[in-house]
Design a protein around this ligand. Structure first.
Ligand code: ADP
Length: 159
C-alpha cells in the first residue's frame, strides 16, 4: 500500500519521524508531502524542509519526499495513494484532524484518512514547541534530527 503523509514539517520532529517509521512498517510506501502554503508564515523554506526530511529518512526504504501546492486530495490522486495519513497527539488534534478528514472526503469520497496515535513520549512535540525552545536558547537535540537542530541553532544564533 501507498500512503500520503501531508503536513508543514516546519521543521520535522522526532514525532513526525516516528510516525513515518511506523507507517512504513505498516503500509509499505510512504510519500511525505510538504505543503507549500503561502498563507502560513514559515521558518524554513520548502526546499530546505525537503532536504531536512530527505536526510532524516535516508536510512529508511520506500520513502519519497515531495512538495505540493493546493488541495491535499489532488496530491493524493496525483500520486495514486491508497490512504492519507495524519498523526494524533491529543484531543485538541482530534477536532482539527476530524474536520480536515471530513472536508477531504467531501471533496473526494474515494480517499480515506487514517490516523496513528503518537508515541506517548513524543506527544508533547510539535514544530512550534521546538522552535520556541530553540528561540529561547534551549536544547532541542532530543526533539529533532541533528541537521535540523543545527539549522535551528543557526537561525536563532546559538552554538
Ligand atoms: P500541519 O500544519 O498540516 O498540521 P504538521 O507538520 O504540524 O502539519 O503536522 C503534520 C501531521 O503530523 C499532523 O497530522 C500532526 O498531527 C502530526 N504530528 C505532529 N507532531 C506529531 C507528533 N509529535 N507525534 C505524532 N504526530 C505528530
Amino acid at each position: 500500500m501507498k500512503v500520503l503523509y501531508p503536513g508543514s514539517f516546519d521543521p520535522l520532529t522526532f514525532g513526525h519521524l516516528d510516525l513515518i517509521q511506523r507507517a512504513s512498517d505498516l503500509f509499505g510506501q510512504v510519500i511525505i508531502a510538504v505543503l507549500e502554503n503561502p498563507t502560513k508564515d514559515s521558518t524554513f523554506l520548502v526546499p530546505r524542509r525537503l532536504e531536512q526530511i530527505k536526510q532524516a529518512t535516508n536510512s529508511l526504504s520506500h520513502i519519497e519526499v515531495i512538495s505540493y501546492k493546493g488541495l491535499t486530495v489532488e496530491c493524493a490522486i496525483k500520486y495514486n495513494v491508497d490512504l492519507i495519513l495524519r498523526g494524533l497527539r491529543a484531543m485538541s488534534d482530534f477536532e482539527y484532524e476530524l474536520q480536515i478528514a471530513h472536508t477531504n472526503r467531501s471533496l473526494d469520497s474515494s480517499i480515506e484518512t487514517i490516523f496513528l496515535a503518537t508515541e506517548a513520549h513524543h506527544s508533547f512535540l510539535s514544530s512550534s514547541v521546538v522552535k520556541e525552545v530553540a528561540m529561547f536558547g534551549g536544547n532541542v537535540d532530543h526533539m529533532v534530527p541533528k541537521m535540523i537542530a543545527k539549522d535551528l541553532y543557526n537561525i536563532y544564533k546559538i552554538n
